[in-house]
Design a protein around this ligand. Structure first.
Ligand SMILES: NC(=O)c1ccc[n+]([C@@H]2O[C@H](COP(=O)([O-])OP(=O)(O)OC[C@H]3O[C@@H](n4cnc5c(N)ncnc54)[C@H](O)[C@@H]3O)[C@@H](O)[C@H]2O)c1
Length: 438
């Protein structure tokens, strides 16, 4: 395939070399003549394991050409990979100067191109950039229509400096954000052979996945480092601890707990986080990331409160009260806190939870409810239909499918359902869903 690559830094140079190795005819473009000179001599512009030999080989093969002329590269290729830098501006925003300029140039160059062209943005771009900013620039400058005269997609890059050729050959997955089958078809021809899953999604989701992955990696490193500082303060070997933590592939190194839903609660996570913070304070260890967890959880609870208040309805039915489905444990349940806040705001509340019967609550569980919402007993109903009938808004806080099925028979068409735990993705109740995070 004829491929043009714009921006010959780490991402662009490695992509150029790997694509040429696979037999594609690649034209590299950069504004830096020094980089163009090096590549035309068969030398690598970036220090990366294996690049010296690979660049020499692919340039000698005749599959690589470089130019500073964007129009020439566009005309000589069917697909363009855009890999220019998107560094931080002084205020923390993304500096998109290079990608904006490049898009203007490419838009103008497209005026003279008779055949449809495919653009794959590979630079990391804040969500919304491709559809709201770059496609309009390409359309404006070319006088052509995206989806008819040319195609645009976003394909995040996951290679890491230091192991980029290996990462190119073994990516975690290929993700193409696009509105057109044509983009997926073209990119499958280029990347479909790689030993990983090929996912096609929306442009914005693809842009977001890249940020989410990088943020998650930063979070993991920080988690390990904060744990290590606390371990140091306690005289515990942090490597041994983290090694054992990683051995748990059920709850720790897995997709467990990585699904958006309602705030966490229960008798363990909040209290153990608080104890960790107290311990750190005693040992003079700062753990800002850990400190942020409970604060963030509270913001999530407030988000739910705002969703309920945002409906401007006064009669609210809480479906679920325990901290998770299948238990009657109310200790630090975010549903209890939600009830407390809504009562405080003067809303009229009714509660249904198939597992919670106040008369049978004992011990710490009973004490918790007596302290936090002592009058909640009068609000609990054992009849789901009665709660539904007397509520304008239902707040779904459990994912127990038996209850959800029972709801099917009594929810009124159009009744507002605030779905804290994504019940809506598994059912089709006649109500009007408002998700907690969508
Ligand atoms: N470096 C990584 O490991 C990595 C990994 C994944 C994603 N990314 C993302 O990929 C993008 C590129 O990263 P990088 O590290 O390769 O950047 P880089 O700074 O090493 O290279 C960018 C290149 O773009 C060139 N350039 C600027 N304007 C241009 C224009 N108008 N036309 C042609 N070339 C132009 C620059 O001269 C430079 O050579 C960034 O958005 C980055 O966030 C980087």
């Amino acid at each position: 395939m004829n491929v043009s690559i714009f921006g010959l830094g780490y991402v662009g140079a490695v992509s150029l070399a790997c694509l040429a190795r696979e037999g594609h005819k690649v034209i590299g473009v950069d504004v830096d003549n020094g980089k163009l000179g090096l590549i035309s001599e068969g030398k690598t512009p970036v220090v990366e394991e294996g690049m010296v030999e690979l660049m020499a080989m692919v340039v000698a093969s005749g599959n690589v050409r470089v130019t500073s002329n964007a129009g020439e590269a566009l005309m000589g290729s069917d697909v363009s990979l855009l890999c220019v830098g998107t560094p931080s501006a002084a205020n923390g925003s993304q500096d998109q100067t290079a990608v904006l300029r490049l898009s203007e140039q490419l838009g103008r160059a497209m005026r003279d191109k008779a055949t449809p062209h495919t653009f794959a943005y590979r630079s990391t771009l804040v969500p919304g950039t491709v559809e709201d900013v770059l496609v309009p620039i390409l359309e404006r400058e070319s006088g052509k229509k995206e989806g008819r005269d040319f195609y645009v997609c976003f394909q995040p890059e996951f290679l890491r400096e230091g192991s980029s050729i290996r990462d190119y050959d073994h990516p975690p997955f290929t993700i193409v954000g696009t509105n057109h089958d044509e983009c997926a078809r073209v990119l499958r021809q280029i990347f479909g052979h790689l030993p990983c899953d090929f996912h096609v999604t929306s442009v914005r989701a693809a842009e977001m996945v890249k940020y989410c992955c990088n943020n998650f990696h930063a979070l993991k490193i920080t988690f390990a480092n904060e744990t290590a500082r606390l371990c140091e303060g306690l005289g515990v070997d942090p490597f041994e601890v983290m090694e054992l933590v990683c051995r748990d592939t059920q709850l720790n190194i897995s997709n467990a707990y990585l699904k958006p839903g309602f705030a966490f609660g229960g008798s363990c996570l909040p209290k153990d986080l608080r104890a960790t913070m107290y311990l750190a304070k005693q040992k003079d260890v700062e753990l800002p990331m850990h400190a942020g967890i409970l604060a963030s959880n509270r913001v999530h609870l407030e988000h739910a409160i705002a969703k309920v208040l945002g409906t401007s309805k006064r009669r609210v039915g809480l479906i679920g009260l325990a901290f998770k489905s299948g238990t009657d444990d109310l200790r630090e349940s975010p549903m209890v806190y939600l009830a407390e806040h809504l009562i405080g705001k003067g809303l009229s509340l009714l509660v249904y939870d198939p597992e919670v019967h106040l008369s049978s609550l004992i011990g710490a569980n009973r004490r918790f409810i007596e302290t936090h919402v002592p009058h909640i007993g009068g609000l609990i109903r054992s009849d789901l239909a009665a709660v539904v009938a007397e509520s304008d808004v239902l707040v779904l806080g459990l994912s127990d499918m038996k209850t959800v099925e029972a709801l099917r028979g009594c929810v009124r068409p159009g009744q507002i359902l605030i779905d804290l735990v994504n019940v809506g993705e598994r059912t089709a109740l006649p109500g009007r869903y408002i998700g907690l995070t969508w």
